[in-house]
Structures are given as C-alpha cells and as structure tokens.
Design a protein around this ligand. Structure first.
Ligand code: NAD
Length: 285
C-alpha cells in the first residue's frame, strides 16, 4: 500500500456522523496518508453523532455548519483558512438526506417542500460550497473536490425516490463547476458513484438489504464497502489523479456495466419456482 499520498495536504471533510459513515472512513484514511483536515457537520448531527470522537482520534478541528447555509459555509472556510494559515487542497462532500424518504412518501405522491429540501441538502449544497470556496479563493491549484453519488442518477432503482433526482443534479454540478474551476484554478471536481453501503443514510433506503444482496450477486467484484470507497477517495485527493475532472466514476465492483449475472439469475429462477413466495401481484411497487 502506498504511503503518505496526502503528505502536506489540508482539507475539509463534510458528513461524518458515526463510524459507519463513508466520510468517517475517509477521515481515518486521510490521516493515515499524512493529511490534516477540518471536520464539519450540522450542529444537531454533531450532538447526536460521534464526530467529536473522530476529531480526537485524528487530531482535527470541528467547525459546525449546515451545508445549505451560505453564512455557515463562509464561516467554515474562514475558520479553516485561519486554522491552517492558508488554503486547502481537498474537500469531501458526503451529505445526503431526503425528508420524503424519511416520511415514507412515494415518488408519485411527493411533498414538494420536502423535495426542495432533498435537493438543497443533497445537491445544491455542493454548488454552495464550491461557490463559497471559489469566491474566497480557498483551494490551492491542483486541489481536488469529491462528492459521493449513486447509480440512481442514471438508472431507476425501486425505493430511491427523490434522492435519484438529487444525485443527477449533484453529478451535473460536478461537471458544470468542474469546467469553471479547472479552467480558472486547475482544481478538479468529481463524483464517486458508490455501491449501496450500510450506513445511517443507506439504511434509510427502502429494502436496502435486498438491494445489497442483488448488487452483490450482480457485481463481478462484489459490492464496494465504505473502507474501499475511502481508499478510492484518497487517490482522487492525491497528486496521482491530477488530470481527472468533471467525471462521475463508478466504484461499484462492476455493477453499472452488468445486465444479468449467473448468480443473480440463479436466485431469480429459484424464486420463480418457490411455493411459499408471495404472489407478484401482492408485492407493492
Ligand atoms: N450508503 C449508501 O448506500 C450510499 C451509496 C452511494 C452514495 N452514498 C452517499 O454517500 C454520502 C454519505 O452518506 P453515508 O452513506 O456515509 O451516510 P451518513 O448518514 O453517515 O452520512 C450522511 C451525512 O449527511 C449529513 N447531513 C445531512 N444534512 C446535512 C446538512 N444540511 N449539512 C451538512 N451535513 C448534512 C448527515 O449529518 C450525515 O453525516 C451521501 O451523499 C450518500 O448519498 C451512500
């Protein structure tokens, strides 16, 4: 395993809630690879989660911020630049939440106020942090900004609801801002499209266990877990990937290129001949 890939680099990591969070694993690996960073989350998530424990473990400053609030973001970037006495090199956006999913509203019966919240928290916040960072000239040349996405941006997956629309927007923001930030400051902006992963946000997806079993069977390399996602994120923060920008990169064991696998077909066939299985007509769609 390469070491010190992030030696001397500084950053901001959004979205570590507890030790299941993908952002938590990224923070641990970034520390191992020599980075220093500021950790941030909403005040309520900091209170209910374990971020202060991670801060202690990684010797990091915690600055509370709601990523949808421009004033909070300005304050976060100011405090971070003061703390490091200069600019940063990487940002992780690991933020997602849908009130419609939480309140079990179906996609054909959405609450539109909730939907605007979903989009603001899970996608527009990415634009907001990029815009604040750029106006403050907070990122060094060849810096790297990564957000976490999901294949529901391209394909319809049962139960993912309005988060699919948010992820499509998130990936579009990476391309649109990636052009401007690359052209003006040589800063790269990418999204990683991660396998389903058992985290607090992941557990909110309807039928996550069945989905994870399906994607595991479909993916030639199997599902990617949170630690593997963190490893990949570190490479995107490192200088080894300086010409990758405006991309959505699948980190999913090959799932996105599959149509049907032998392992999934076997399971499907078994259920076709299962006497105890529920009538397909009785299964909610
Ligand atoms: N778990 C999965 O199956 C999976 C798969 C692909 C992509 N992702 C994405 O990975 C990212 C991280 O999610 P996770 O799975 O680690 O779950 P998680 O629940 O640990 O992280 C989600 C984070 O978003 C934060 N957040 C919510 N509202 C916020 C706001 N207004 N401002 C700042 N932070 C806010 C939460 O406090 C939490 O820390 C999300 O973008 C998620 O959509 C997850």
């Amino acid at each position: 395993m390469a070491s010190n890939l992030l030696e001397g680099k500084k950053g901001i990591i959004f979205g570590a809630l507890n030790d299941k969070s993908i952002a938590w694993k990224v923070a641990e690996k970034a520390k191992e690879q020599g980075a220093e960073f500021v950790l941030t989350n909403t005040p309520v998530s900091i209170r209910l989660g374990d971020l202060n424990k991670l801060a202690e473990q990684t010797d990091s400053l915690v600055v509370p911020a709601d990523a949808t609030n421009i004033e909070d973001l300005r304050d976060l970037f100011d405090k971070t630049m003061d703390h490091f006495d200069g600019k940063i090199d990487f940002i992780l956006h690991s933020i997602g939440m849908s009130p419609n999913v939480r309140k079990k509203k179906h996609y054909d019966d959405l609450n539109y106020e909730f939907m605007m919240k979903t989009l603001d928290i899970s996608a527009v916040s990415f634009h907001k942090m990029l815009q604040v960072a750029r106006k403050k000239d907070a990122i060094n040349e060849w810096g790297s900004v990564v957000a976490l996405s999901y294949i529901a941006a391209q394909r319809t997956l049962y139960g993912y609801n309005d988060m699919a629309d948010a992820k499509a927007m998130l990936e579009s923001i990476a391309r649109s801002f990636g052009y401007i930030y690359g052209r003006d400051r040589k800063i790269r902006v990418n999204t990683i499209s991660q396998s389903p992963t058992l985290t607090t946000a992941g557990s909110g997806v309807r039928g996550i266990e069945g989905l994870m079993d399906f994607t595991e069977r479909m993916s030639p390399l199997g599902n990617a877990d949170a630690n593997e996602c963190a490893d990949f994120t570190i490479t995107l923060f490192s200088d080894l990937t300086r010409k990758i920008t405006m991309q959505n990169i699948y980190h999913d064991g090959g799932f996105s290129s599959m149509g049907m696998s032998y392992r999934a077909m076997k399971m499907y066939n078994r259920s076709l001949y299962c006497d105890d299985c529920p009538d397909p007509e009785d299964i909610e769609d």
